[in-house]
Design a protein around this ligand. Structure first.
Ligand code: PHE
Length: 586
């Protein structure tokens, strides 16, 4: 099938049973998973935020997704038309549809900017941007090693250690081998010179290192059948090598991190570059939407999604072998209430809507392109689970690198664009290839989501206003692009990099994201939940869920009628100050 161009009689439908699932998953999985979730997790201190987010997915996102698909499939219309069809022409419920159109328009306007950055990074990868960085870093780090005197080396290592100290790692670092090698080295050097400058007894760390060094050297002498003095000299030389190797590696990482960070800064703070890519990305989105729903989207999803997941898995495995892996696991999964920002709960809720493409009629619209009935519950669960797993994997791909390079997890919207190139740069030529594939796939993941955003707005004009599909796609796309330009320029002139550091920023880009994800989507979702739970004719509802078990249906009804609306209301009311949650809990 593919009759999208016929705007009057029959509407477009998915080509196959899997078409809907793929397209819905394609809409859900996007920049929200790979760009946004890791960075807001970073800003909100990890663990607890992730937990709240998962609860929001399970108790709010899942039931509302089922409701949206159900309404769309039942009405066979886009949001505005769906409520008109189900509730009569003058129903106030069309406001839900209007909400969705506004939210979709706003989200798409800054979504294309981030997608544009991905395109920019894809091109930069093709143009070998990681290789020079890696090469330059290696050369600079080598010269750092050869020019640095012992004293320089020592103060540099002290600096590294101070950095670790600030991240409360001092304990484990001191116990691990390499820093104590340095301690032993400096001790033995002093011993050799016969002019100790420090009193060992005053420094417990050194006191600990001396017997350790002694026993190691004695062991070495025994094994290699050398004299103790000989072993000592050899050991000392080996230590110098090892210590300076470590210093070089650390310096190299530092240089790479600085350079890669600067590359992202240059892209994001250059409004013209951002606009150029946003325009190109929007053009592609318009072409796909103008061409009709099923052809492009379905096919792209089928091939690219599995590829994206495979690559994410490769990077997660890479992360497992990085020194920062353990810290990353702790960060993402260990709840720490002190690190959650005051707006954290609202952000988690808003993001649950954003990442599942809910609250704005997107799933409703995609549901309306579905003809055949198929396990609604199973489908919903599958899409949500898939989306959540990818978001968590994205965290496990990004944070090990962030911690291995001593970067801040709260780096803000640049997180994925800073962390991934770091890993790729470290991998050399093979990393270059992975970088290209990664950013290209990220662009495609963004594309399947952007298409769904544009589709919602266009489907209104096509279905309700009788516009030809092409005209709708081009007009809405260009208007949205114009509205997105302030977002593309929001970070110009280095202003943003400063405000990112504080964790809060109030530019146009962030304001639009905050408004749409944290307010419009939850409000839209609340109305959809109320409609599906209380207003939708029971006969129609029953027809949609007839293949679900009665127990599941009652569970869903409980969630959609009470739990989901209550949770959304509490979070929103708390945010506007109507409700003080602490008071409520006594
Ligand atoms: N879910 C998409 C993402 O995670 C974004 C999106 C939101 C798409 C709302 C459609 C509707 O990237």
């Amino acid at each position: 099938m593919s009759d999208e161009n016929d705007t009057t009689s029959s509407r477009g439908h998915w080509g196959s049973r899997w078409g809907f699932i793929l397209a819905a998953a394609g809409s859900a999985v996007g920049l929200g998973n790979i760009w946004k979730f890791p960075y807001i997790t970073g800003e909100n201190g990890g663990g607890l935020f992730v937990l709240i987010y998962l609860a929001c997915i399970a108790f709010v996102g899942l039931p509302i997704m089922l409701a949206e698909i159900m309404i769309g499939r039942s009405a066979q219309k886009q949001p505005v038309g769906a409520f008109r069809k189900l509730q009569g022409k003058d129903t106030p419920w069309t406001v839900v549809g209007w909400f969705g159109i506004v939210a979709g328009f706003i989200i798409l306007s800054y979504y294309i900017v981030v997608a544009g950055w991905s395109m920019d990074f894809a091109l930069k990868s093709v143009l070998n941007f990681t290789e020079p960085v890696e090469k330059v870093a290696t050369i600079e780090a080598k010269s750092f090693r050869s020019t640095s005197s012992d004293d320089q080396l020592r103060s540099y290592l002290a600096e590294i250690r101070a950095k670790h100290q600030s991240r409360q790692e001092i304990e484990s670092i001191h116990r691990s081998v390499k820093p104590s090698v340095w301690e032993m080295h400096s001790i033995w050097q002093e011993v050799l010179k016969k002019q100790p400058t420090r009193s060992f007894s005053e420094d417990p760390q050194l006191a600990e290192a001396v017997p350790l060094a002694q026993s190691k050297i004695a062991e070495k002498a025994r094994v290699e059948k050398r004299s103790l003095a000989d072993a000592l000299t050899h050991y000392q030389q080996m230590d110098i090598q090892e210590v300076s190797d470590e210093a070089e590696a650390a310096k190299r990482r530092e240089i790479i991190a600085a350079k890669v960070g600067a590359i992202f800064g240059a892209t994001a703070s250059d409004g013209w570059t951002s606009s150029f890519w946003a325009t190109l990305f929007m053009a592609i989105t318009i072409i796909i939407v103008a061409g009709g729903v099923s052809r492009g989207i379905e096919r792209a999803c089928k091939i690219l999604m599995p590829l994206l997941i495979a690559l994410i898995l490769v990077m997660v495995v890479y992360g497992v072998f990085q020194p920062g892996f353990e810290e990353a696991v702790r960060f993402v999964f260990e709840p720490d209430a002190s690190k959650l920002r005051p707006s954290g709960v609202l952000e988690a809720l808003g993001h649950a809507f954003f990442t599942l493409s809910l609250g704005m009629g997107c799933m409703l619209t995609y549901g309306s392109y579905q003809k055949t009935k198929m396990g609604l519950g199973k489908t919903t669960l599958m899409i949500a689970l898939f989306d959540t797993v990818i978001a968590l994997l994205a965290c496990m791909m990004i944070f090990p690198i962030i911690f291995s390079y001593g970067q801040e997890p709260s780096a803000g919207p640049g997180l994925v664009f800073i962390s991934m190139p770091l890993a790729f740069a470290e991998m050399g030529a093979g990393g270059l290839l992975l970088a290209i594939i990664f950013f290209v796939l990220l662009v495609f993941a963004a594309l399947t989501s952007a298409v769904s955003l544009l589709e919602v707005v266009c489907s209104y004009l096509i279905d309700e206003q009788g516009w030809p599909r092409k005209k709708a796609a081009v007009t809405v796309g260009l208007a949205c692009l114009a509205f997105g330009l302030p977002s593309a320029f929001a970070m110009d002139s280095g202003f943003l990099l400063e405000s990112w550091e504080s964790g809060y920023s109030k530019n146009f880009f962030d304001t639009m994201d905050h408004l749409a994800s944290n307010w419009l989507l939850p409000l839209g979702g609340l109305l959809i939940a109320i409609y599906a739970g209380w207003v939708m004719p029971a006969r129609l509802r029953a027809a949609e869920v007839e293949d679900m078990s009665p127990l599941l249906v009652s569970g869903w009804l409980l969630l959609i009628r009470f739990v989901a609306p209550a949770l959304v209301l509490v979070v929103l009311a708390q945010k506007i100050g109507i409700l003080d949650i602490n008071e409520l809990l006594g």
